[in-house]
Design a protein around this ligand. Structure first.
Ligand SMILES: [Zn+2]
Length: 263
């Protein structure tokens, strides 16, 4: 991985013949008591802080077989602090008209409402497909504001190839059909892992800490442990929707837990 361009809002890098961008859509403020210990109780020292600021990141791919793929779209107008993606794409030199496939990790609002720009304009005029896990289709359909995108849904299953070198990987626990995307260039391995981590400053050091909005905290916890272990062993770059800026980094084993090293 070679970093080629950056601003405060994006990081562009190359890996072999491919280009990857980490793109900021802004951030969201969430109640700090959403961070939970293994008994599903708020973590007192953290809850005192009142609010936690979570980055909201999306990722774009270009190169042989993966041109025009965006992973997650951010929150758009869903929150006043999201919807920066349009401006970030411009800074990174990416034309929204070049995006033809959106691959979603799940259908929560902070990942899907970026389909719409200001005044509910469609941000990606040439979008042809929205890749989404079969089990997440129902949640997407429940977002009535996004009804016009329903015909584009392209359900995938665990292990299915989405594009050349890009494979859907079930990462259960956070939301129905929560899915990551593994991207394997010869030089690097990436896992775009959506919402496996919400509070990077604490969950790498203690992967048992869970998020109040995880559908099944026990399964989410097991998924997080497994992802960290595998990524640390294989030297995989992890890229997360809520990882601290720049949203991509490595997982290093540290004692009985892990440490996150941003790119
Ligand atoms: Zn999220």
């Amino acid at each position: 991985m070679i970093i080629t361009s950056r601003s405060d809002n994006f990081l562009g890098f190359t890996t072999g013949a491919w280009r990857v961008w980490s793109l900021s859509d802004g951030y969201i403020e969430m109640p700090a008591d959403l961070l939970r210990d293994p008994r599903n109780k708020p973590v007192p020292q953290v809850a005192q802080a009142g609010a936690l600021r979570l980055s909201v990141n999306c990722f774009a791919l270009a190169g042989p077989g993966v041109d025009g793929i965006l992973i997650d779209s951010g929150g758009g107008n869903w929150a006043s602090t999201t919807g920066r993606l349009e401006q970030t794409l411009a800074e990174a030199g990416i034309d929204p008209a070049s995006i033809i496939t959106l691959a979603l990790t799940h259908a929560h609002q902070d990942h899907v409402y970026g389909l719409l720009a200001r005044r509910d304009w469609v941000l990606f005029p040439n979008l042809q497909a929205i890749v989404i896990a079969e089990e997440a289709v129902e949640s997407f359909a429940a977002e009535t504001g996004l009804a016009r995108f329903q015909p584009l849904l392209k359900p995938v299953r665990n292990g299915e190839q989405v594009a050349e070198r890009l494979t859907a990987v079930a990462l259960p626990g956070h939301a129905p059909g929560h899915t990551g995307y593994a991207f394997d260039t010869k030089e690097d391995r990436f896992l775009f892992f959506g919402d496996v981590v919400h509070v990077p400053a604490l969950q790498f050091g203690d992967p048992a800490l869970s998020w109040g909005y995880d559908d099944d905290q026990t399964i989410a916890r097991a998924t997080r442990q497994e992802v960290f272990r595998d990524a640390a062993e294989a030297g995989t770059w992890v890229a997360g929707a809520h990882l601290g800026w720049p949203g991509v980094g490595r997982v290093m084993r540290e004692g009985g837990a892990y440490r996150y090293e941003p790119a």
